[in-house]
Design a protein around this ligand. Structure first.
Ligand SMILES: *Cc1c(COP(=O)(O)O)cnc(C)c1O
Length: 352
């Protein structure tokens, strides 16, 4: 279920929006949460950085990095959780829960603290201790579960039901997508157009689905025409359900992965996603593609982003660097394409 708005063309002009203060809440007309007085932690309006050194290395002169690591709690999970928790608060919900690979839990803990919610996070046992500690430090409860995020979700479900905790799991409620869609708007604010290619490290897919929704809204607002970026789903070779389904042209859903391999890209270890069919349709309709990256290459990608650009790059962001390299060398990305890589998290989030 996605949030829908009544949009009349010209209802909000791009000039009006650009005259407002940058940030996650720049377009209240297309947001479920109203009120400029809503407390925030400063989420959104992350920089779209020119990738100088890396651009040369990858032979992509128009390569850009959307640096989502600069969000509160060091990942783009802040965007979705900011809205989901604010909306929960508005609706009088006091206790929320979610399974998380780490970053969503940290964001939920932070925004739960901001809005005075009780937060319960179930994480795979492999979730790095520093991020578990961060969640606890912000006053949330953490429970560890053997296996992947899917097992954490399964363990949480009955407990949540018997305690009446409201689930903030990916796509179980519509507002996290509404937060993450803002990334799509921000690309347009910064470029004055949409990019040619977007590389997105994909787990549950909220950002991908959210941006795709944003582009449709922008067309209905009369800001853009039917043109769209080619969307690229980037996963790991040890857990690539969307890549597999895309290759088989299975547009209606993906078969969950039974034994998702461990990876430094914790956010991508999602064996099955509720929104799989939405991601697959976005790939089909955007003439996009899906690519799985080996562990050694994603770590290399993160290192390249750090050493050539000085960006604190997550393993998930590193996977997109590797994907850009591979797709450029195959000629799938043209040299002059305006190409955006999402660095979705901070290098230090997972500790070490
Ligand atoms: C959650 C997460 C992802 C995956 O995001 P989705 O929008 O759920 O696909 C990617 N990178 C990082 C760092 C994450 O925390």
């Amino acid at each position: 279920m996605l949030a829908r708005y009544r949009i009349t063309p010209g209802a909000v002009s791009i000039q009006t929006v650009m005259s407002r203060r940058p940030g996650q809440h720049r377009l209240p007309e297309l947001s479920p949460v109203q009120g400029a007085e809503m407390p925030t932690l400063g989420e959104g309006a992350t920089p779209l950085l020119k990738a100088h050194g890396l651009a040369v290395d990858l032979d992509l002169p128009n390569l850009l990095i959307k640096d989502e690591a600069q969000n509160p709690t060091g990942s783009f999970k802040a965007r979705g959780m900011a809205l989901a928790t604010a909306r929960a608060r508005e609706l009088g919900i006091g206790r929320v829960c979610l399974p998380s690979a780490g970053n969503a839990g940290a964001a939920a803990a932070a925004y739960g603290a901001l809005h005075g919610l009780d937060v319960h996070v179930y994480v795979p046992e492999s979730t790095p201790k520093p991020i578990q500690g961060e969640v606890v430090a912000m006053g949330a409860n953490v429970v560890t579960v053997d296996g992947s995020i899917a097992n954490a979700g399964a363990a949480l479900k009955p407990v949540a039901e018997s305690n009446g905790w409201f689930p903030l799991s990916t796509l179980k409620e519509p507002y996290r997508i509404e937060g993450k869609k803002v990334m799509g708007y921000e690309l347009f604010y910064d470029l004055g157009r949409l990019p040619d290619v977007i590389l997105y490290p994909t787990g549950g897919g909220t950002g991908l689905i959210g941006m795709w929704k944003a582009f449709d809204e922008m067309e209905r607002l009369g800001w853009i025409g039917p043109e769209r970026p080619r969307m690229v789903v980037v996963q790991t070779t040890g857990c690539a359900p969307i890549v597999k389904a895309f290759k088989r042209k299975e547009w209606d859903g993906a078969t969950p992965i039974k034994n998702p391999k461990k990876t430094a890209a914790f956010g991508l270890r999602v064996p099955g996603a509720l929104g799989d069919f939405l991601m697959l349709r976005c790939l089909r309709d955007s003439r996009g593609t899906a690519i799985a990256i080996d562990e050694i290459d994603l770590l290399d990608g993160a290192k390249a982003m750090a050493q050539k650009l000085g960006i604190q790059c997550s393993a998930e962001g590193g996977a997109c660097v590797a994907a850009a390299r591979q797709l450029r060398s195959k000629g799938w990305i043209d040299r002059n394409d305006i190409t955006v890589i999402f660095n979705t998290g901070h290098a230090l989030n997972y500790g070490e």
